[in-house]
Design a protein around this ligand. Sequence first.
Ligand code: IMP
Ligand code: MG
Length: 179
Amino acid sequence: MEEDLERVLFDEATILQRLDELAAEISTDYRNRELTVIAVLNGSIIFMADLLRRIPLPLKLDCLSVASYHGGTVTSGEIVFRQAALPDVQGRHILVLDDILDSGNTLAAIRDKLAAEQPRSIKVCVLLRKVKDRQRRVDADYVGFNIGDEFVVGYGLDYMEQYRNLSCIGVLRKDRVAA
Ligand code: IMP
Ligand code: MG
C-alpha cells in the first residue's frame, strides 16, 4: 500500500507522539466534567482507539455514521446520517471526533444536528485539518495536524474504502486516483 503514496506526511511515531499531547490537553480540559465522546465512523476509528486510551478519565463513547463522499476525492456536499436514532446527548458535554476537517460540510451538519438535542457543550477534535477556505463555517477545538489541501490516506482515512489500515498518513499518488 505504501508504494501508492506520493509521500508520507506523518509516520506512526509522529502521530502517536502528537496524540500524547492532544490527550493531555483534552484530559486537562475535561478533568471535572463528565465527557461523552462521539466518534464519526469510519474514518476516525483508528484515531479514536489510540486517542481515547491516552485519556485517563471516565467517559462514554458513542458513534455516528455519516457519508459525504460517495467514493470520490471531492466532497458531494450532501451529508447522509446512516442511523435512525442519534446518540443521547442532552445535558452532556460532547466531544465529536473526526478524522479530517476538509470542506466543513460533515462537521457542520453533525454539530447542527447534535446542538438541536441540547447538549451542555459541544467541542470538536480532528486528527487533520486542511488549511483552506471552507464551504461551511466550522472549526475544530483540538487539531492533531494542519495539512495542505491535498488528498491523504492512511491511519483510518480511505480512498474508496482502501488504505485505512496504513499505519502512516500520506498523500495518495495521482495515478492511483480513478479518473
Ligand atoms: P468534509 O465534509 O468535506 O469536511 O469532509 C469530511 C470527510 O470527508 C472526512 O470525514 C473524510 O471521511 C473525507 N475526507 C476529506 N478529505 C479527505 C482526504 O484527504 N482523504 C480521505 N478522506 C477525506
Ligand atoms: Mg472517507
